[in-house]
Design a protein around this ligand. Structure first.
Ligand code: HEM
Length: 153
């Protein structure tokens, strides 16, 4: 592997959860529809919207890449942005239990909008719920500046 190449691909690509779940819900197309639906809900949520940057486009793209990778698709997020370190990446945003709950409710509604079956929604909620809780940081003394490059050199 050339030096340049080894920098492009992070050595610790996170393990994916249930590869078949990604396929069962309809793959990349469905993930993209879910994230678009979710972002529309965030855009219209007076409580959550101020947490997000004015321009939602980049976050929307990253969310699509990450969710695909996390649910068992291609690891395109890590190829482009390095190790997710998701909790650390959320430190600039002060996230309370209440906002995590709203985030989760919007995501669950987005699953329903995309006609995912209730069985699969239950699996998705079981995967997303603990992660949403893990993002709560409002009472933590954490650095609030954005995370820099997370490629492992
Ligand atoms: C299952 C739970 C969650 C997942 C999988 C998730 C995933 C992500 C990802 C992949 C990004 C892009 C990170 C980057 O590369 O910069 C992101 C950004 C963000 N997330 Fe989350 N997140 C979760 C929970 C939450 C919660 C609970 C909140 C707040 C209520 C939140 C608010 C944000 C904000 C404000 C951004 C920045 C968006 C931007 O830069 O445009 N996230 N999230």
């Amino acid at each position: 592997m050339t030096e340049e190449h080894s920098r492009d691909i992070p050595r610790r690509v996170p393990t994916t959860r249930q590869p078949e779940l990604f396929q069962r819900i309809g793959g990349r197309k469905t993930i993209e529809r879910i994230v678009d639906s979710f972002y529309t809900k965030v855009e219209n949520d007076k409580e959550l919207r101020p947490l997000f940057p004015q321009d939602l486009d980049e976050g929307r793209i990253k969310q699509k890449l990450f969710l695909e990778q996390w649910l068992g698709g291609e690891p395109r997020y890590s190829e482009q942005y390095g190790h997710p370190r998701l909790r650390r990446r959320h430190f600039p945003f002060v996230i309370s239990h209440r906002s995590a709950g709203r985030w989760m409710r919007h995501m669950t509604q987005a699953f329903r909008d995309c006609d995912i079956s209730e069985t699969e929604i239950a699996e998705l909620v079981a995967t997303f719920g603990p992660m949403a809780k893990h993002m709560v940081n409002n009472n933590d003394d954490v650095p609030r500046q954005p995370l820099e490059d997370t490629f492992l050199h």
